[in-house]
Design a protein around this ligand. Structure first.
Ligand SMILES: *[C@@H]1O[C@H](CO)[C@@H](O)[C@H](O)[C@H]1NC(C)=O
Ligand SMILES: *[C@@H]1O[C@H](CO)[C@@H](O)[C@H](O)[C@H]1NC(C)=O
Ligand SMILES: *[C@@H]1O[C@H](CO)[C@@H](O)[C@H](O)[C@H]1NC(C)=O
Ligand SMILES: *[C@@H]1O[C@H](CO)[C@@H](O)[C@H](O)[C@H]1NC(C)=O
Ligand SMILES: *[C@@H]1O[C@H](CO)[C@@H](O)[C@H](O)[C@H]1NC(C)=O
Ligand SMILES: *[C@@H]1O[C@H](CO)[C@@H](O)[C@H](O)[C@H]1NC(C)=O
Ligand SMILES: *[C@@H]1O[C@H](CO)[C@@H](O)[C@H](O)[C@H]1NC(C)=O
Ligand SMILES: *[C@@H]1O[C@H](CO)[C@@H](O)[C@H](O)[C@H]1NC(C)=O
Ligand SMILES: *[C@@H]1O[C@H](CO)[C@@H](O)[C@H](O)[C@H]1NC(C)=O
Ligand SMILES: *[C@@H]1O[C@H](CO)[C@@H](O)[C@H](O)[C@H]1NC(C)=O
Ligand SMILES: *[C@@H]1O[C@H](CO)[C@@H](O)[C@H](O)[C@H]1NC(C)=O
Ligand SMILES: *[C@@H]1O[C@H](CO)[C@@H](O)[C@H](O)[C@H]1NC(C)=O
Length: 810
């Protein structure tokens, strides 16, 4: 008994001392200290931790900084010191201060990484890990001047407070570079840089080829013209600074309780993610470029990108990955090589050409002055260095270098790639005319059978489309829609999910054709989903007439609404919607939503209610548009967020807190829209004489103080409104935008109230209004004691109880 007890005590003591030495809680490395093995330093409030880490399954170790409060496995690394120079044994490597610099010594005690700063008093220099993720070098404990800071040397992560900058004096840049692969933090090919002349961001491939731009910075709206998602009112405060010395872009978070980061991902996309405690994962808010295949040369030489396959990259036929290991790690940058080398000059070698069709002409071709396709082909065949040729529009082009940036596209540019004959698919054995003939005829028969089968199945599918969906949904042929829309020439608008074009069908009925962007679903699922949407019919919902699904082209055909969308009427300067019409639109929209939420077989959450998505028919009867698309297009709702544009101001707070989205999110957006019915202006609009109070807050204050609601009315109506209805709309709107979902009404209750069947009691004043920002970017804070509590209400579940209580006491 004695022995085990002592052992136990000993073990306990041992583990205790281990804990002490591992996480002594220090945030500082001083001259006489070092980090080795599993030792780390932790920032004061425990936001970040710094020490050795291993990337993926590789055996390399790096000094890095990771989120301490984010519990992912492996940890989420935000910064890496020795990106290019890993160590293998972390116990015999050491991070320490030497001669006034923080340096990393490898196993044989050579310096393999250093902060490289100049310091006058090198004896007292210390390194401190700050809570914002900045590792700084200071001349002493009491110094606040940074001799060096990791924020000036970002890796792939851009943290709040750090700058992405261009130094106008030295021409140097602070930029983000992707990791090489998920297991290798070394500099990859993709970088996010600032272009000070265009006042914009660029993503470059290999620091040279630009393949994405953010569009110029718009100072008024505080966003980049091509990335409206970049600024969701609630969380990010971006700013752009440009003077004679430097230009930079930086951002902060309104609420310190939110953890958010930008990364230049190995996929070549820049991404913004936020940590959601509820789901314990990083939630993607947006990424650019939107499509993987828009990333320049993502698949490397002779690799081809296909948006519909997983992984996105495949080697061309007759080629295989140069490095299978890297390929398996989704690092495609090495590209592909021929399975069989072209033994140039050896006449016994037989070559053939693989025909591919790719989007965009790969760079670096040579034009040859030859008369026809055959001559073009033989020029390439007889030139050892020729890798491919293309003959189009009487022009012959050949490529002697690698073919980069290939992307599958059936309607693209046809290129013939030189491949050893034995690697070509259809000519495995080409030494006999007879075999060739047999193979040829077999192929012909197979093709014929396929064609017949295709025609039959297509016909059947079309019939299915017509009959199974209550006889209403038509499966259109792409070409017919192209004709109907005069080759997509008359654009009606660009909604969140794609552009809409006006078209006229052969029966002379007018339709709106929506070209969907980035459909993530497979063919079968797409059809199922579309048929579901097709069955949903209501007088206040825009009717889906049919669809088209051919390869990557996915289109939806809707009834055409001659009066366009509500925003054009509500916010127009030359016409005014009278009160009666506004009220009817409010009622009609509510009915449409009740149908979506409660009357359909599967409840449908719209996810994007705003005036742009309320269309008006010839009689100004409202019809909700774009319902069902969120599900159709997104793998999950965070994806939906990334595709939504111009939506700020209508999003419910729970979109940001990560709880499951319910129909109450639509109720919130509907409420936000009601305010605009009342004021005839955008909630976020600003008057000339400085920032004005956020309109919904004005309404809430007017209601609680018992003032005359008519003062709230759109001045263009000159007080001409039914006061009872006006009061009702004010109350319902305030009720709809309660922070807590359970405090908001259901759409059916809203409908009943507007119909006068149900009475509305005075709703409490919504709290999260204090977080709203107007166009001037000044957050409107409210000083009433009742609303001054905290600005973190929707991300802190534990405060809910007190909130509800104090709300009730209003
Ligand atoms: C480091 O150690 C040396 C001798 O052990 C001592 O003289 C010096 O004061 C120490 N420096 C710091 C910053 O503690
Ligand atoms: C590491 O290797 C294991 C087993 O070989 C594998 O299951 C796992 O996915 C790998 N992890 C990464 C990050 O590649
Ligand atoms: C340590 O780094 C030096 C210089 O880069 C190098 O020559 C040496 O091989 C490295 N030692 C080990 C064990 O990797
Ligand atoms: C450090 O000082 C040297 C000499 O004064 C200078 O050449 C070098 O550029 C300085 N380095 C930094 C990082 O300031
Ligand atoms: C990137 O550019 C460098 C020269 O700047 C070149 O040596 C290298 O081969 C390029 N990388 C690729 C993958 O083309
Ligand atoms: C937004 O950022 C700017 C610039 O950093 C700052 O001046 C402003 O106070 C910030 N606004 C809020 C509400 O944090
Ligand atoms: C950068 O510096 C040059 C002179 O060195 C100046 O002409 C130019 O205006 C500066 N750029 C900006 C954006 O201030
Ligand atoms: C630009 O740099 C110079 C020299 O360091 C400094 O005097 C000036 O104030 C700086 N200008 C701005 C706008 O920071
Ligand atoms: C790369 O290919 C895409 C199409 O996939 C094309 O739009 C783009 O212009 C190409 N980039 C360059 C630099 O050629
Ligand atoms: C195209 O040619 C130029 C000049 O010869 C070279 O710098 C560039 O790297 C080449 N690009 C590709 C994609 O091969
Ligand atoms: C192959 O074509 C390239 C580009 O036109 C040319 O520069 C080269 O001289 C040609 N080689 C031969 C052997 O004809
Ligand atoms: C053929 O190429 C030339 C220059 O390379 C170009 O100007 C011309 O438009 C091309 N012809 C056609 C029909 O595309």
């Amino acid at each position: 008994m004695w022995f085990p007890n002592t052992l136990m005590a000993f073990l306990l003591l041992l583990s205790f001392s281990l804990i002490i030495s591992l996480s002594s809680g220090a945030d500082t490395i001083t001259a006489n200290q070092s980090i080795s093995g599993d030792q780390t330093i932790i920032s004061k409030d425990e936001n970040f931790e710094l020490g050795f880490f291993k990337a993926g399954n590789s055996s390399n170790y790096y000094i890095g900084m990771w989120y301490k409060k984010v519990s992912t496995v492996p940890p989420t690394v935000a910064w890496v010191a020795n990106r290019e120079t890993p160590v293998l044994d972390r116990f015999s490597s050491e991070l320490k201060i030497t001669d006034g610099n923080l340096v990393l010594l490898n196993e044989s005690r050579s310096i393999i990484w250093s902060t490289g700063a100049n310091s006058s008093n090198s004896n007292t220099v210390i390194a401190v890990l700050l809570d914002d993720g900045n590792l700084v070098l200071r001349s002493g404990l009491n110094s606040n001047e940074n001799l060096w800071q990791s924020f000036d040397f970002p890796a792939h992560t851009w943290l709040p407070g750090a700058k992405l900058a261009y130094d106008n004096r030295t021409g140097s840049k602070k930029l983000l570079t992707s990791w090489k692969s998920t297991e290798d933090p070394a500099e990859g090919l993709f970088s996010l840089e600032l272009d000070p002349i265009g006042k914009q961001y660029l993503i470059k491939w290999n620091k040279t080829t630009v393949y994405w731009t953010s569009g110029a910075w718009n100072e008024r709206d505080k966003l980049f013209t091509l990335v409206p998602e970049m600024r969701l009112n609630y969380i990010y405060n971006f700013s752009y600074v440009s003077n004679e010395n430097e230009s930079y872009f930086t951002y902060s978070l309104y609420s310190t309780s939110i953890i958010s980061r930008f990364i230049m991902d190995v996929s070549g996309q820049v991404r913004q993610l936020s940590w959601l405690d509820n789901t314990r994962q990083w939630n993607l808010f947006w990424s650019q470029p939107r499509q993987q295949c828009e990333v320049y040369d993502i698949c490397g030489a002779f690799g081809s990108c296909s948006q519909t396959s997983l992984p996105f990259c495949n080697c061309l036929t007759g080629f295989s990955p140069r490095s299978q290991t890297n390929w398996d790690l989704n690092d495609f940058s090495d590209g592909c090589v021929r399975k069989t080398d072209l033994q140039c000059g050896r006449t016994s070698e037989k070559y053939g050409f693989l025909q591919i069709s790719t989007k965009g002409k790969p760079l670096n071709w040579t034009s040859l002055n030859v008369g026809n396709s055959e001559e073009c082909k033989s020029s390439c065949l007889s030139n050892c260095t020729c890798n491919a040729y293309s003959y189009a529009d009487n022009n012959c082009s050949i490529w002697v270098g690698d073919l980069l940036n290939l992307s599958d596209d059936n309607n693209g540019i046809v290129i013939n790639v030189k491949v050893a004959s034995k690697d070509l698919p259809s000519e495995k054995n080409n030494n006999g005319v007879i075999i060739g003939a047999i193979v040829g005829s077999v192929i012909a028969v197979v093709l014929l059978v396929c064609l017949i089968w295709f025609l039959i199945s297509r016909k059947r599918r079309r019939l299915i489309g017509k009959t199974s969906v209550e006889g209403s949904l038509v499966s259109f042929v792409y070409r017919d829609l192209q004709t109907a829309t005069k080759n997509f020439s008359e654009k009606l608008g660009g909604g969140g999910f794609g552009s809409v074009f006006k078209g006229t069908l052969p029966d002379s009925s007018v339709v709106a054709v929506k070209k969907l962007e980035s459909v993530s679903q497979g063919e079968k699922q797409f059809r199922t989903e579309v048929s579901t949407i097709g069955t949903i019919q209501h007088v206040n919902l825009v009717r889906l007439r049919g669809f088209c699904s051919e390869g990557n082209s996915k289109l939806l055909v809707y009834d055409y609404m001659p009066n366009g969308s509500l925003d054009a009427h509500l916010f127009s300067t030359d016409k005014v919607l009278d009160w009666k019409t506004r009220y009817q639109i409010a009622v009609g929209t509510a009915r449409g939503l009740v149908y979506l939420h409660e009357k359909c077989r599967d409840c449908i959450i719209h996810c994007d209610i705003k005036p742009e998505n309320i269309l008006l028919d010839a009689d100004l009867c409202p019809k909700v548009a774009d319902f069902g698309l969120a599900k159709l297009l997104g793998r999950d709702f965070s994806r939906v967020l990334t595709t939504m544009r111009g939506t700020r101001g209508y999003l419910a707070p729970e979109w940001l807190s990560g709880v499951a989205i319910t129909t109450k999110a639509d109720v919130y957006s509907y409420g936000m829209m009601l305010f605009e019915f009342i004021s005839g202006a955008r909630n976020s609009e600003q008057s000339e004489d400085g920032p004005k109070k956020f309109f919904p807050m004005r309404v809430a204050n007017t209601l609680t103080s018992g003032e005359d609601v008519v003062t709230l009315l759109d001045p263009r109506l000159h007080g001409e409104a039914n006061v009872e209805q006006l009061t009702k709309l004010c109350k319902v709107a305030c009720w709809c935008i309660q922070d807590e979902e359970e405090n908001r009404p259901a759409m059916s209750q809203v409908e009943q109230i507007l119909d006068g069947v149900l009475d509305v009691n005075m709703p409490p004043k919504p709290r999260s209004l204090q977080l709203f920002v107007d166009n001037n970017d000044d957050v409107v804070f409210f000083t009433e004691s009742s609303t001054s509590q905290s600005s973190q209400t929707h991300s802190n579940p534990s405060s809910h109880g007190s909130q509800v209580k104090s709300a009730a006491s209003l």
